[in-house]
Ligand binder design. Structure first.
Ligand SMILES: *[C@@H]1O[C@H](CO)[C@@H](O)[C@H](O)[C@H]1NC(C)=O
Ligand SMILES: *[C@@H]1O[C@H](CO)[C@@H](O)[C@H](O)[C@H]1NC(C)=O
Ligand SMILES: *[C@@H]1O[C@H](CO)[C@@H](O)[C@H](O)[C@H]1NC(C)=O
Ligand SMILES: *[C@@H]1O[C@H](CO)[C@@H](O)[C@H](O)[C@H]1NC(C)=O
Ligand SMILES: *[C@@H]1O[C@H](CO)[C@@H](O)[C@H](O)[C@H]1NC(C)=O
Ligand SMILES: *[C@@H]1O[C@H](CO)[C@@H](O)[C@H](O)[C@H]1NC(C)=O
Length: 771
């Protein structure tokens, strides 16, 4: 471990004790002891149990509900004396979380009202890599200067690892008073909880409240800063890039639900408890950057069951695609009512240029930018992996023994067992002078601006191959690394990050997921602790780079707050969550800044397709004024679930929490979703899909259809223009898909578009054909 890590860890320890003292002062009692829950015996597990309330029953009090839930349990305590019941849920699901053995669950299955029990899983926060900020500051948030009231009056519930209260991004300067009737609890009093952070609670195995601070993880702080960080003036770092920092919705309120714990991920029973409380508190948006453990069906997707309840109450669920890309079918969320966000790059790079002895240059990245007068000289280049050994290819520990790297620039592939931080340490310990981090084919073009302790440059796979070739064909290969600081204008941009999880979504009836993409590579936002090798030189307002679909998701949550506050302050009707999804999806952009289709960074030359990037890059300004919106009635969601579950009412009741019986079913493509996914197995050559749009633009507006047909498919519309004469008017049209020529083969992905175009608006539904 280098000195830098050592001081970083010391700082964490110090910060922990500071916080501990604050707890002592405020509450007069020590921190509760945190026990590992649910794993005290290999047999006993935490289960989420869904139960159906008996008809006519009315649970008025919390106590009645809890007693009824306890009546399903064999007894109230385990042999160890620990309570079995962890959570008795009120809103998110009808049911509870309890510690049970599989036999006890089987016994429970026979009880009246039992619907289903799922073992509680662990999800992970979706950050790929932590970049500690060094000597640079760049501000994002240009979007927040739109005519959107900055998200004022909207409450974003951030379900994450907590928040670092003292960060200036969470100061309440310029904030309006808290909403009337808001009564969520705040673990801390002022100044920690203030008129910016208006709720702060934690959920851990049903334990007594634990401080929802974030000094040990930082993820929740970073995410909250992206969604709703307040303006921070003069957000310079060591004199560079002076400017104003802000989140997407700088005047939105934040209510924190800490459900992710260091080293333990985010337990589903805790997540449901957080969602349950957020619904009761009355948040408007659920910001959820966890996922990864992709569910096999909705009934196993406890998050989707809980967000169904949120959606019914008009609360917007915003989730991440997850970071399991670039493989297909890796989405962590895919329910139609969950907004699912993938990650793209920005056009900013923290440049580190590799120059080879033959003059060839490659622009890579690193956040550590030492003085060029020191590094601007050619050194011998060595590629330990040239012998074909994996360990040496990845510069793993002890693999460099016997290879002379002293004073040389060492090329190491990433994506092996070692993190790039460790690789740098290994190279430095072996006497290396610099590192070229090379992407394997799978990682393609995605590079990180990480702060290394040696001169380094992270280069794309394409560049890595050229450097490798130069090394192999030169007797005395040399290289140098020089630093260009923060540069804008990188191309192609935005491009889909290799790690962004991709569809096609399985088991959701071909509803297109992910929905949209947003920036998620090397994103700068608030950070709890000072970073860098010279922390004392930094101010208290610390920022940091993180990458992941975790970072993309809060961009969309913030934009949703802007849409909500605009409707509110213009005295417009409150939109349903589907109508807001519609606004985001139909205005997204599949083209990059140069007008080319969004590029897939995992691939050497192809653009991303519809099940990889959804409708494309979210466009905040256009989403504020979409012209037309698609809505889904609650009845249609029920009919959709009846279709998914072949009319098995009991499975649908897990979602509806009442004794709904399936009387109607629709298939996925008939759901009035803003994007259109149509199955065209070899037998089905003709499918008609119905859609209804609502006019939220000008009272009188004429739209004409513009169609991009998918390969091998002909599209016919029941009408080719939509003529609106009043605000909120609805028009229904039919769209018929006919196989045109030969079936291209099972598993082929077809993509097209239907746009309704007026003088003012373009409303685009992406089309996905599942051949
Ligand atoms: C609770 O029930 C379990 C299994 O039914 C039994 O082994 C245990 O002794 C009971 N504990 C108490 C405190 O009654
Ligand atoms: C606010 O919440 C507290 C408990 O957190 C409760 O005792 C109180 O009755 C609530 N007040 C209102 C107005 O709902
Ligand atoms: C960062 O900037 C400070 C002040 O300009 C300088 O002393 C320090 O060496 C720089 N650090 C790096 C890693 O370049
Ligand atoms: C880099 O080093 C040179 C020579 O030592 C010095 O003149 C220059 O000021 C340094 N630049 C920075 C940015 O520190
Ligand atoms: C490499 O392995 C040695 C033991 O062989 C250990 O002492 C050292 O900490 C390791 N270095 C890294 C960077 O993991
Ligand atoms: C569900 O039941 C309805 C009404 O009985 C029927 O029309 C429909 O085909 C059934 N759907 C499925 C998927 O079985």
């Amino acid at each position: 471990m280098g000195e830098f890590e050592f001081s970083f860890v010391s700082f964490l320890v110090l910060a922990f004790f500071l916080s501990f003292n604050i707890v002592l002062l405020v509450h007069g009692k020590p921190l509760p002891i945190v026990t590992d829950y649910g794993e005290s015996s290999s047999q006993i597990q935490t289960y989420i149990v869904h139960v159906l309330k008996p008809e006519g029953s009315n649970f008025l009090g919390t106590e009645d509900l809890e007693n009824w839930h306890k009546s399903f349990l064999p007894n109230t305590t385990l042999d160890t004396g620990e309570p079995r019941l962890l959570y008795s849920y009120k809103e998110a699901i009808s049911g509870f979380a309890a510690r049970l053995t599989p036999e006890e669950v089987r016994a429970m299955e026979k009880m009246d009202g039992f619907l289903r029990a799922n073992p509680s899983q662990r999800l992970e926060l979706q950050t790929t890599y932590t970049h500690k900020l060094l000597n640079l500051s760049t501000i994002f948030g240009a979007w927040s200067t739109t005519n959107s009231f900055f998200g004022e009056g909207i409450i974003i519930g951030v379900l994450d690892s907590g928040i670092h209260f003292p960060h200036p991004s969470f100061a309440d300067e310029g904030m309006p008073p808290r909403p009337k009737g808001w009564n969520a609890s705040c673990y801390f009093q002022r100044p920690s909880c203030n008129d910016k952070v208006i709720g702060a609670q934690s959920f851990k195995g049903g334990n007594k409240p634990i401080p929802p601070t974030d000094i040990d993880q930082g993820h929740g702080t970073h995410v909250a800063g992206i969604a709703a960080g307040n303006f921070v003036d003069n957000a310079e770092v060591l004199g560079q890039a002076l400017g104003k920092a802000a989140g997407m919705a700088p005047k939105a309120f934040i209510s924190v639900y800490k459900i992710c714990w260091k080293g333990k991920g985010c337990g589903v029973s805790d997540i449901i408890a957080g969602i349950d409380k957020a619904i009761q508190d009355g948040v408007h948006i659920l910001q959820m950057s966890f996922g990864g453990n992709w569910p096999n069906s909705f009934e196993e997707d406890e998050v989707a069951i809980a967000t169904y309840s949120a959606m019914q109450k008009g609360i917007f669920p915003c989730t991440c695609a997850s970071n399991e890309g670039p493989d297909p079918e890796t989405l962590g969320h895919y329910a139609p009512w969950d907004m699912v966000v993938g990650a793209t790059t920005t056009d900013r790079r923290i440049r580190a240029t590799v120059t080879l002895g033959n003059g060839m240059q490659f622009h890579g990245e690193t956040a550590y930018q030492p003085n060029n007068t020191i590094t601007n000289k050619f050194l011998p280049l060595v590629y330990p992996g040239s012998n074909g050994q994996n360990e040496q290819n990845n510069c793993l520990n002890n693999s460099l023994n016997g290879i002379n790297v002293r004073g040389k620039i060492v090329m190491c592939y990433i994506g092996g067992k070692a993190e790039s931080d460790e690789q740098v340490d290994i190279v430095r310990n072996a006497g290396g002078a610099g590192v070229i981090f090379a992407n394997p084919n799978r990682i393609g073009f995605t590079t990180y601006s990480a702060p290394h302790h040696l001169p380094a440059s992270h280069v794309s796979h394409k560049d890595a191959i050229k450097i490798q070739l130069y090394f192999a064909t030169n007797d005395t290969p040399t290289a140098k690394i020089t630093f260009g600081g923060t540069v804008f204008g990188a191309r192609p941009s935005p491009a889909l990050a290799y790690f962004s999880s991709r569809g096609p979504p399985m088991n959701n009836g071909n509803i297109v997921k992910p929905d949209v993409t947003a920036p998620g590579v090397n994103i700068l936002s608030a950070w709890p602790v000072e970073v860098g090798p010279f922390p004392s030189g930094l101010k208290t307002k610390t920022f940091n780079f993180l990458s992941g679909t975790s970072m993309a998701t809060p961009h969309v949550s913030g934009i949703v707050a802007l849409i909500m506050s605009k409707l509110k302050y213009e005295n417009k009707r409150k939109w349903s969550t589907t109508e807001i999804q519609s606004a985001l999806i139909t205005t997204a952009n599949i083209f990059d800044l140069d007008g080319e289709p969004i590029f897939d960074e995992a691939s050497l030359k192809s653009s991303a397709n519809i099940v990889q990037r959804g409708a494309g890059q979210v466009n905040a300004i256009k989403a504020m004024d979409p012209g037309l919106v698609y809505n889904i009635e609650q009845d249609d969601y029920v009919a959709y679930l009846c279709g998914i579950y072949s009319n098995n009412s009991q499975k649908v009741q897990i979602f509806t929490k009442d004794n709904t019986q399936c009387t109607r079913s629709i298939s996925g493509e008939q759901l009035n979703y803003p994007s259109i996914g149509v199955p065209m197995g070899s037998s089905s050559s003709r499918i008609t899909v119905r859609r209804t749009v609502t006019n939220v633009g000008d009272a009188k507006e004429l739209y004409n259809a513009k169609i991009k047909e998918p390969q091998n498919v002909k599209i016919d519309l029941s009408q080719y223009s939509l003529s609106f004469t009043r605000f909120e008017q609805q028009i229904t049209y039919d769209m018929t898909f006919t196989l045109n020529g030969a079936h291209p083969g099972s598993g082929v992905i077809g993509q097209g578009e239907l746009s309704w175009v007026s003088d003012k608006h373009t409303v685009t539904s992406p089309i996905y054909i599942a051949f």
